[in-house]
Design a protein around this ligand. Structure first.
Ligand code: GLN
Length: 487
């Protein structure tokens, strides 16, 4: 079997057994990445570094503790990597090479990960199609005329195309789950606080969370076992409350109550997506889970509340990019105010500027109560709706997005339409919950469809086990764009 078809855990086991060398694994991923001219999934490929690291790691294979030891992976370009350009896909960060590694990068390195490089994304993680990148759009490996979803589109495309066995991305309102869905891979946003955000370039700090994009739920569990836990450098990080997630994957879902929120299956949802997600519920039922319909009457408020809160926090977080402290500076300017103005005008793309303007507006003294404060109140109502739902079920099952991967160029002309496509994912961030996207079918055009499982706070174990159970009875997660797409 081709190496790139193995899961990260299978590859890790083969490396440990001595059947595959770390160098062979790195070389296989780099060979696949040669196709990246088409996809544009990477902003920076650190091939030489990866090959050097492979040699160093090979010496320690026998003593390796992590099941992911020696497995090549890649990192979204908003996560700091010491000495390697971290651009956030923005001109304003220019050639910024951070002087330190993000906490997740350190943890992965300690577990024996090999990084292949930095992944393309929407500028500052703002977008749902990976088209707002300064480095050009990412293409979907299932159909090059379509977007891979976003903002972690490079991560999802790379994993789907065999350029690395997993990736770490960030999810503020769906940026791991939605591209995972569009590219047919498994992706998870953990409970807020599960993974340290130290070294993640902030978009909206109360919503941002780092998580894996990978081949299946078992890989997801193994990666989270490495990433999770308290970090003194991130005050919002929490000590692992899950035990060892990988060991908890039994595939037993007997008696598990899965809630189908009726309000998530209404108008605006593509027919193929609806049918595939409902079929996923049947698969879990077949393994002994109970499926219950329940109301979730807040859907019309989630997108407006999210875009007000996210833009408000972004306008504050992005004020540090001014041409003085980091990155790029306008070449010509007259005086300090002009330096700021020209640097920010030329350095940010239009989607980022739109969010900064919106965020500054909703935080301004005359409008704070009407918009920002109101959005925070709505956030509390949404959290309450989830609490009520979890009184009646253990997990929720919903679509990830209303439709499959959009055509490139379609959503750039209509940002509001793009915002609305985030309707199934943003509420999970507003409530700080864990959410997972798993491949559950293909539409009539042969494009992957994702189903979302949502758990209560710290419900990671139950969530991953349900996804694992689903993947025991289905093989959508095993199909690749090169072969074995829709059956
Ligand atoms: N599409 C959403 C946005 O543009 C979510 C992005 C994200 O999760 N980073 O804000």
């Amino acid at each position: 079997m081709e190496l790139t078809r193995l899961t990260a855990l299978e590859l890790g086991a083969a490396i440990k057994r001595g059947g595959v060398s770390v160098r062979e694994a790195v070389q296989a991923a780099l060979d696949a990445a040669a196709r990246d001219k088409e996809l544009n999934a990477f902003i920076t490929v650190t091939g030489e570094r990866a090959l050097e690291r492979a040699e160093a790691l090979q010496a320690g294979v026998k003593d390796a503790k992590s099941p992911l030891y020696g497995v090549p992976m890649a990192i979204k370009d908003n996560i700091c990597t010491k000495g390697v350009k971290t651009s956030c896909a923005s001109k304003i960060l220019g050639e910024f090479a951070p002087p330190y590694d993000a906490a997740v990068v350190e943890r992965l390195a300690d577990a024996g990960a090999v990084s292949l490089g930095k992944l393309n994304m929407d500028e500052f993680a703002m977008g749902s199609t990976s088209e707002t990148s300064f480095y050009g759009p990412v293409k979907n490996p299932w159909d090059l005329e379509r977007a891979p979803g976003g903002s972690s589109g490079g991560a999802a495309a790379a994993v789907a195309a065999g350029m690395g066995w997993y990736a770490v991305g960030s999810d503020t309102g769906g940026s791991i789950r939605q591209p995972a869905s569009c590219c047919g891979v498994t992706g998870m946003k953990p409970t807020y606080g599960t993974v340290s955000r130290y070294g993640l370039i902030a978009y909206a700090s109360s919503l941002d969370q780092i998580g894996p994009l990978c081949k299946d739920a078992a890989d997801c569990a193994a990666i989270l076992d490495v990433l999770q836990g308290k970090d003194a450098k991130d005050g919002t990080s929490l000590d692992g409350r899950y035990g060892h997630l990988l060991d908890g994957l039994t595939g037993d879902v007997k008696g598990l109550k899965i809630g189908l929120p009726a309000d998530c299956f209404g108008d605006g949802l593509d027919g193929d997506v609806r049918a595939s997600v409902l079929a996923a519920a049947e698969v879990l039922k077949g393994r002994g889970a109970e499926v219950v319909e329940l109301p979730f009457p807040v859907m019309e408020y989630v997108v407006p509340a999210y875009y007000i809160i996210a833009a408000a926090e972004a306008s504050s977080n992005l004020s540090r990019f001014d041409g003085v402290k980091y990155g790029w500076r306008a070449e010509e300017y007259e005086g300090l105010a002009d330096l700021y103005r020209r640097t920010r005008t030329q350095g940010f793309g239009s989607e980022v500027k739109r969010r900064i303007l919106l965020g500054t507006f909703v935080l301004s003294s005359g409008y704070y109560d009407a918009y920002y404060k109101k959005a925070l109140q709505v956030k509390a109502v949404i959290t309450d709706a989830f609490d009520r739902a979890f009184e009646r079920c253990d997990l929720l099952l919903t679509p990830v997005a209303p439709s499959t991967a959009p055509k490139l160029g379609e959503s750039l002309s209509d940002p509001l339409q793009m915002y609305l496509s985030d309707v199934y994912t943003v509420s999970v961030n507003l409530a700080g919950l864990p959410g997972l996207s798993m491949p559950c079918g293909f539409d009539g055009k042969g494009l992957p469809i994702g189903a979302q499982l949502i758990g209560p706070h710290f419900g990671e174990g139950v969530l991953l086990n349900a996804a694992h159970a689903f993947q025991q009875d289905t093989d959508y997660h095993k199909r690749t764009p090169e072969g074995g797409g829709p059956a």
